[in-house]
Write a protein that binds this ligand. Sequence first.
Ligand code: ADP
Length: 321
Amino acid sequence: MIRLEGVHKAYGGTHAALADVDLEIGRGEVFGIIGRSGAGKSTLVRLLNGLERPSAGRVLVDGIDVAVLGPPQLRSLRRRVGMIFQNFGLLSSRTVADNVALPLRIAGASASEIAAKVPALLERVGLAEHGDKYPAQLSGGQKQRVGIARALTTDPDILLCDEATSALDPETTRSVLALIADLNRELGLTIVLITHEMEVVRQVCDRVLVLHSGRVVETGSVADVFLHPQAAETRALIDEDGEHEAPIGFDGPIVRLTLHGQSVLDPVLTRIARETGTDFIILDGRIGRLKHGSFGRLTLGLLGGDTAAAIAALRNHGAVE
Ligand code: ADP
């Protein structure tokens, strides 16, 4: 659905905003692009919706090279690529229903078409009762739902979410991400999520690409990248969630165990404890869900018994010391 081939973008400064970026996003995928501020995420968004052209390389949306499009084709591309933003981008002087109707008005839709479409979209995002309100009367999560409804008016194939949950608290973030996941499932929308938060990627993405200083440092399934990060930049983004903190006051052997899928439900620790006589102290850890399967990540202190045998058994389950 989206393909970047050797994309380079320089604004004239000393280093390029994007360099050698290759990426491929399949139809119906939820794809995360994560990186710190300055990584090149906004530049990538502007390339995808044709607001910028690459200095070198190609940006293809559904096989069409975005750089060669003239103004009319660019307008039709932008109808196929819905966008939502961190600051919602709503007009404060218009009601919720008018905000949602705006792209339809701009596209010259008739009053009857607007009257048929807007209530259905508001219903879809859970705001059926709020059409006559003004943005200032809504919570942040509701404002983003208006943004989503507005992005859906042109029946897009792709929804580009640019830090769409960054201004929201964790609980509201979860509910907006759940709505985005529903739209992906029910409408088959391809979703591109641009974020600096690994938690957002963990909750909804199928695959992820990590950007750092304009370069791709790592890409793969969320399970691979989140549970087995290869690049130091990726590990830093994960550690921001407060995981892998150094335990205080334990000076015995320590192992880190990562589990994914069915193995989360496998009583590995109690079995090894029984077999080796070693007790485990959980020093740090988390059990949770990815879009595909559960995961566990534990830092364990080993106490007594045959610790060498316990470590060997844990290694068989992928643990590292
Ligand atoms: P992010 O969205 O990840 O914070 P950006 O794409 O905004 O990253 O920026 C990547 C780099 O490109 C930064 O070094 C930024 O200063 C530079 N940059 C972005 N937009 C422009 C622009 N319009 N003109 C000049 N430099 C820019």
